[in-house]
Design a protein around this ligand. Structure first.
Ligand SMILES: Nc1ncnc2c1ncn2[C@@H]1O[C@H](COP(=O)(O)OP(=O)(O)OP(=O)(O)O)[C@@H](O)[C@H]1O
Ligand SMILES: [Mg+2]
Length: 465
């Protein structure tokens, strides 16, 4: 299936049965008919179908022969068997041969429609999975970063570009959004990957030691400096230096850092001799650096030197569609680490609560919540009761009025509607374990309309299975 209507072949020797099915499937399906087994065999040999609905007893070739021919030629095409004399033996044989399901005659039109819809959905997913395999698909991760929302895919594109450019990169984003992972991703995708990645948390260094840590010091430069020592810049020679929490650097150190970036050379504290350094700097901060500049806490010249290639990691609440994928990723990771067998994954309601929680601590908080849930769970799946209380009790998050108040009325209303729609869709998919047909029934809309909406919000039903 490549867009367009779902192609269905109906094979039955009774004309009234073919007409009935054609009528049931008239909306959204392109139906062709075969009046006997021989005709059906020649059709499936020459044309692609998404779903074949076939009678078992027909002249020419029976339904089993047709099923065998379809599975040999196009294994992804789903076959639904119909019979007026359903026996367990026939049904078992059909399922063994790869039939998707069977319908007992006489059938309820709604039941027939539901079965064909499920078969078509199954086929669509198989097609999508194959396309992903063939083309690399839409990436669901980059280095160790997981997520396939449009926002994260845009980030992957920027990180990849930054990796190839050997320029200073500034990573922005709230706590726990993956800035350090992003810094490593850049380094390990760059030409410097064979050399060192040296991380330093600028906020954790005592103010009086920052400069000697970064740039090293000469022997006797200050009390206690018994021997000369190389700094982190020199340690990172040829590689990358990750200046985490760069917004916390004291002003004097900012002056030296700015000079180092400009001149591509450093001076050890207490030394006059400059040293050439070949280091790519990747900086990160959760602060609003412009605000820090305005407040006089961050030097404007350094700000502009760092702000060459800014990349913002979006908060998790703005890409709620990544929550199920991340949650499953962490569940697998911690189940392995804790030697827990959790074949059942998440209970759908647990997944729904996870997706509805606003995650102020972002991915770090999600990982901690999942790790804890894995540890306290008993049985083969994680349930609501295993989640931290604030997550278990989470009502679906609503738009934040404070954010909305920054927008003109019309944009604010559109934004609020978008957020509510996305949260509704996430809850709906979680409720039905990713079953689009059932979700569409509950929503009271056509499957195709629901699919359109899911595409628009970048949601994938697979992530909720
Ligand atoms: N997209 C992601 N995929 C997988 N794991 C992630 C992702 N983002 C963050 N994590 C995990 O969440 C935790 C926090 O990530 P990281 O340390 O990179 O965040 P940070 O932005 O540097 O946060 P802070 O500002 O608090 O230092 C880490 O354990 C990291 O492995
Ligand atoms: Mg960090």
């Amino acid at each position: 299936m490549t867009g367009g209507p779902v192609r269905v072949l109906v094979a039955d020797d009774k004309e009234n049965m073919r007409k009935l099915l054609a009528k049931i499937l008239a909306d959204g399906y392109a139906v062709e008919e075969a009046e006997d087994g021989a005709r059906a065999l020649s059709l499936v040999a020459t044309r692609p179908y998404d779903v074949v609905v076939t009678d078992i007893r027909m002249p020419g070739a029976d339904g089993f022969e047709l099923l065998g021919a379809v599975k040999a030629r196009a294994p992804d095409t789903e076959v639904v068997m119909m019979t007026g004399y359903a026996t367990i033996a026939d049904a078992v044989r059909a399922m063994r041969m790869g039939a998707f399901d069977y319908l007992e005659k006489p059938f309820d039109p709604d039941a027939a429609l539901a079965v064909v819809a499920r078969a078509a959905e199954h086929k669509r997913l198989a097609d999508a999975a194959r396309r992903d395999d063939a083309s690399g698909g839409e990436p669901s991760s980059f280095h160790n970063l997981v997520g396939r929302s449009a926002r994260m895919r845009a980030v992957y594109g920027l990180l990849d570009k930054a990796a190839g450019l050997d320029i200073t990169v500034l990573l922005l984003g709230e706590t726990g959004t993956g800035k350090e992972l992003a810094a490593r991703a850049i380094h390990y995708h760059s030409a410097r990957r064979e050399r060192r990645f040296v991380p330093v948390n600028c906020g954790a260094l005592p103010a009086e030691l920052v400069e000697s840590e970064l740039f090293g010091h000469a022997r006797g430069a200050f009390t206690g400096a018994a021997a000369a020592k190389a700094g982190l810049f020199e340690e990172a020679q040829g590689g990358s230096l990750f200046l985490d929490e760069v917004g916390e650097l004291p002003l004097p150190a900012q002056v030296k850092l700015n000079r180092a970036l400009q001149e591509r050379e450093i001076r050890r504290v207490g030394d006059t001799q400059p040293l050439k350094v070949d280091v790519r700097v990747i900086a990160a901060t959760h602060r609003d650096l412009r605000e820090e500049v305005r407040a006089g806490r961050f030097r404007e010249d350094l700000f502009y030197r760092l702000h060459v290639f800014p990349v913002t990691l979006p908060p998790l609440r703005e890409r709620a569609e990544d929550v199920p994928l991340l949650a499953q990723h962490f569940l697998a990771k911690h189940a392995r680490a804790l030697r827990r067998e959790l074949a059942g994954g998440f209970d759908p309601e647990a997944l729904r609560r996870l997706a509805g929680y606003p995650w102020p601590g972002n991915v770090r908080e999600l990982e901690n919540a999942v790790e804890r849930a894995v540890a306290v769970s008993s049985g083969d799946r994680v349930r609501v009761a295993d989640l931290p209380a604030e997550v278990a009790g989470a009502a679906p998050a609503g738009p934040e009025p404070a954010d909305l108040a920054k927008l003109p009325y019309k944009e604010a209303v559109a934004e609020a509607r978008d957020r509510t729609s996305r949260e509704y869709l996430v809850a709906l998919l979680a409720e039905f374990g990713g079953n689009v047909t059932r979700a569409a029934e509950r929503a009271g809309m056509e499957r195709e309309s629901l699919h359109r909406l899911l595409r628009r919000y970048g949601l994938r039903s697979d992530d909720f299975k």
